[in-house]
Ligand binder design. Sequence first.
Ligand SMILES: Nc1ncnc2c1ncn2[C@@H]1O[C@H](COP(=O)(O)OP(=O)(O)OP(=O)(O)O)[C@@H](O)[C@H]1O
Ligand SMILES: [Mg+2]
Length: 445
Amino acid sequence: MDLQLLRRELDALELSCPVGRVSGVKGSIVEVAGLADLAQIGDHLVLSRARGSELAGEVLRIGATTIDMLPDTAADGVALNDPVTLHKVPSLTPGDHWIGRIIDPYGKPLDGKPLPSGREARPVITSPPLAASRRPMGERMSTGLAVLNTMLPVVRGQRVGLFAGSGVGKSRLLAQLARGMDADIVVIALIGERGREVNEFVHKVLGPEGMRRSVVVAATSDQSALTRRRCAWSAMAVAESFRDRGMNVLFLADSVTRFAEAHREVATSAGEAPALRGFPPSVTPMITALCERAGPGTEGQGDITAVFSVLVAGSDMDEPIADILRGVLDGHIILDREIAERGRFPAIDAGRSVSRSLPDAASDSENQIISEVRKYLGSYEQSEVMIRAGLYTEGADPVLDKAVRLWPELDAFFARSENDGIGASFDRLGLILRRGAGPADHATR
Ligand SMILES: Nc1ncnc2c1ncn2[C@@H]1O[C@H](COP(=O)(O)OP(=O)(O)OP(=O)(O)O)[C@@H](O)[C@H]1O
Ligand SMILES: [Mg+2]
């Protein structure tokens, strides 16, 4: 470690901490006197109970003479005048040495190895670049998956939602993107997963190949709502630090639903009334602000291309979080439980998914292929129940006839990993369409 880094680490050490006293407890909130002039929202607090145990928390609200502390766990055993120490939140200092590492939302390593600070401290909550100074969305990115390369292109700086019920393959698909997508660096926010799942995701699903160019920021489900909420912000701050250095960053968040739930817990504790099916009204600006931080950079910067996973109960795309996200994002990928149940992964429902980078992101001939495939998918899906029931007879509808012929090949194509780039994916898809040529082509021309 060079001398400058060492000096910064020493400067960051807190040699003394201000101490306040508990002046009241209201429900789950602890009121503290004596720190109002010194505290900032988000600072850490540690309360020492008379019995000896400690209770950690965060500054939630600041009044004229007292502050409100949101404890990480229940405020059992807290008494008037218990001492509370105030600790400044350490700044995040991401750098190249964070690549391949797992960190918590406060920048501490979670993989048991030491993590020196980077050169520059980054704020965790920032404003997005000014809309007028942002570049438009950029080049198409190779995704490593044939279906995304063709039907649902992702361009640099695009923000996409990944919507699915539980256990349909969101995390696996994000890991596939982390391994296969054309980006300089990948930043992954794991928000509110169980501890075991974080390990499994990093070591088994993402694997060494995915970790090689990734920074994982994780907050597990047993951590406080404030920490879980901060996880998304911290990961975005890491992504921004690489973007500002001109890199093409892929940001993956699993999941925005847990981020919204963490915010709901915090907001409810702060007294905000629930509105959108239990979510407070502030959840909308909270999610929008997070998503807006991703996207194209300004001149001289790189881009943050983002995929946000969203848990949708059943297939309820109108539930509040999914609804908010659909309005903010430039596309949505929908995973379908029925497709997953018959074992086709990724279980992307290409017919219902949309990329708003189309038609600009594809050439005329590519757009032609996409719309033909959509036509046949639509036709097949409309008649699927009939086909499965054995009520379909060839010859009545030439488009449906071709759709039925194409279906198995399209289905296999949608499961395909693609290492040969976007052009190769379109060549394959074009070939499938031509191979399925029959009387329908004359009838529909
Ligand atoms: N690409 C794949 N190949 C094979 N199996 C898969 C694939 N994707 C998902 N699965 C199967 O689906 C299961 C669930 O996948 P995953 O954990 O990614 O879903 P999820 O939507 O993230 O679930 P949760 O809602 O619990 O977070 C996996 O354990 C695996 O059995
Ligand atoms: Mg998951």
